[in-house]
Write a protein that binds this ligand. Structure first.
Ligand SMILES: CC(C)(COP(=O)(O)OP(=O)(O)OC[C@H]1O[C@@H](n2cnc3c(N)ncnc32)[C@H](O)[C@@H]1OP(=O)(O)O)[C@@H](O)C(=O)NCCC(=O)NCCS
Length: 169
């Protein structure tokens, strides 16, 4: 049976959390990306799961954040990830499929994206770069070369990235 892509709302939240614990470890909540999504919910329409015979195989979540420029400009952004695949099913293309689905949905809406991730992977396959992000401040430590963005409206200046509470995409 082939894995089916579904909206993440179709899957129990506890199952997603258990998958993320298996893929990232239970200390994952300390990461800077988690501070960026505090108080927000995954964006419907941009967050997906892969299921097969009722079993959850993978998930990707996207979150509403914003750039608050030192010049007063405010730009809504979408934080992409985490993407996680059940350990026993990794290396089979599922992670790439989840990421492609979320990015296609975001592009269809003309959204500006950011993520913290491997620049080789996200650059090579999906066109993300760190070119705009040098002046971005985050609520925790980040390796600058892993702070990536994509989109025509991504801000290039100095400013702070923060959760965008009570927002839709
Ligand atoms: C990273 C992960 C989502 C990739 O899913 P997958 O189904 O195993 O990957 P795919 O089969 O689609 O991709 C194949 C290739 O792309 C790489 N890749 C896929 N997604 C990636 C990602 N998000 N970041 C870096 N590399 C990735 C794989 O390492 C692999 O590279 P290789 O062929 O050179 O070994 C999965 O391994 C996982 O859940 N890992 C633990 C959690 C994690 O680190 N998530 C990424 C950070 S948000």
């Amino acid at each position: 049976m082939a894995a089916e892509l579904v909206a993440i709302e179709a899957v129990a939240g506890a199952a997603i959390e258990a998958l993320l614990d298996r893929a990232f470890g239970t200390d994952r909540h300390q990461r800077t990306a988690y501070r960026l999504r505090a108080g927000t919910a995954p964006l419907a329409g941009l967050s997906f799961a892969l299921v097969e015979a009722g079993a959850l195989l993978g998930s990707i979540q996207c979150w509403p954040v914003r750039f608050l420029g030192d010049d007063g400009a405010e730009v809504p952004l979408v934080l992409v990830g985490p993407v996680a695949v059940e350990p026993a099913r990794q290396q089979g293309g599922l992670g790439r499929r989840l990421t492609a689905a979320a990015l296609a949905a975001a592009d269809a809406r003309g959204l500006n994206l950011m993520l913290i991730g491997d620049p080789d992977y996200y650059g090579r396959f999906f066109g993300f770069t760190a070119a705009a992000t040098a002046g971005w401040r985050l609520p925790g430590p980040v390796e600058r070369h892993r702070l990536l963005a994509r989109g025509a409206g991504v801000p290039h200046g100095d400013g702070t990235i923060a959760p965008r509470v009570t927002a839709s995409a």
